[in-house]
Design a protein around this ligand. Sequence first.
Ligand SMILES: NC(=O)c1ccc[n+]([C@@H]2O[C@H](COP(=O)([O-])OP(=O)(O)OC[C@H]3O[C@@H](n4cnc5c(N)ncnc54)[C@H](OP(=O)(O)O)[C@@H]3O)[C@@H](O)[C@H]2O)c1
Length: 355
Amino acid sequence: MARATALALRGWGRVAPNPLVGAVLLRDGTPVADGFHAEYGGPHAEAAALARCDDARGTTCVVTLEPCAHHGKTPPCADALIAAGVTRVVIAGRDPGAEARGGVERLRAAGVEVTIGTEAREAAAMNAAYLWGVARPERPFVALKLATSVDGFIADVAGGSKWISGEAAREFVHWLRAGFDAIGVGRRTVEVDDPALTVRGAVVPRNVPLRVVFARDGMVPSDGRLIATASETATLVIVGSGVAGRAAAQLGRFGVRVLGADGLGDALRVLRGEGVRSLLVEGGGQLAGALLDAGLVDRLYWIQSPIWLGGGVTAFGTRNAVPLGEALPWSVVERRALGPDTLLVVDRELCLPAS
Ligand SMILES: NC(=O)c1ccc[n+]([C@@H]2O[C@H](COP(=O)([O-])OP(=O)(O)OC[C@H]3O[C@@H](n4cnc5c(N)ncnc54)[C@H](OP(=O)(O)O)[C@@H]3O)[C@@H](O)[C@H]2O)c1
């Protein structure tokens, strides 16, 4: 399953709104073929693995998601596995999607032995945005990514945050961006950092992420990179509904879309209405704190750099303090080194489908 999960991740940035899926065919415990869902509309992982196997009769298929039972852009994978003579299917998690589910029942009805739940946590974490979209379609899955000093600052006292983290972390961030529908920042970050918020890594996303600025008063500097490139890369500014008309008049001529919303919850609903299923918020601290306080962050990507700033812009400008005994534990999804930096990925609640 670990191998199937690693394969599935190769579809990152290319398959949404479909889930990431990887599959390995084994004969007597030895892998004989594998495949993954590489492109939206293209073959599913099971079909890709079967296509690379001369004779799949009597094999076991290990797959990160329940094989589909529906005719979508491709025929049902459950039927393909049955027709190929696969005798056992090991699945990490069931597919909660209304259209696709039912593969397990179809396989079992055909006499295929099915096991569900192997490394379910890892597979669910990988597809968190997809699972969220099925269970909670009213707003996008929200991930917060911050790079901090070891003492928890996202910028020095002068506001400078360029190169807090190193090269490997920056490469990771470009990979990360490719897998999200939208990338958001607070107005101050636009003023101070003048970010491009584009994907400039090895993975070229199928859809370029929408750039979103949260600015209640609508006062986004018009001489920055976001505005200058808005005609090439879709850019949206979310402002208070009372100033939406004025902001649209100011920013619309640069090709920027302006939408009004009252509060962050409303802003997220507006984004979902625009087709945004997953949002990566990249700071700064005020926006991060407001989202955290409102319980609107589902995942945190925290990159901690081994530098000591001793003061500066606080990473998590939260206000809702709770006693230790009442603090909710988040689930650790991943810990790893990114060059000299450390990545910690935690989820507020793990989006596990029923098995
Ligand atoms: N190391 C990192 O990962 C990283 C990432 C990003 C930024 N930074 C650094 O962080 C600094 C900027 O961060 P910051 O904390 O000062 O500002 P910020 O979070 O980028 O922006 C704050 C602004 O966001 C807008 N906003 C919209 N809705 C909000 C809400 N519900 N609550 C609070 N704000 C809301 C507000 O503008 P309105 O008043 O118009 O509503 C507010 O002034 C810069 O120095 C930048 O270099 C570091």
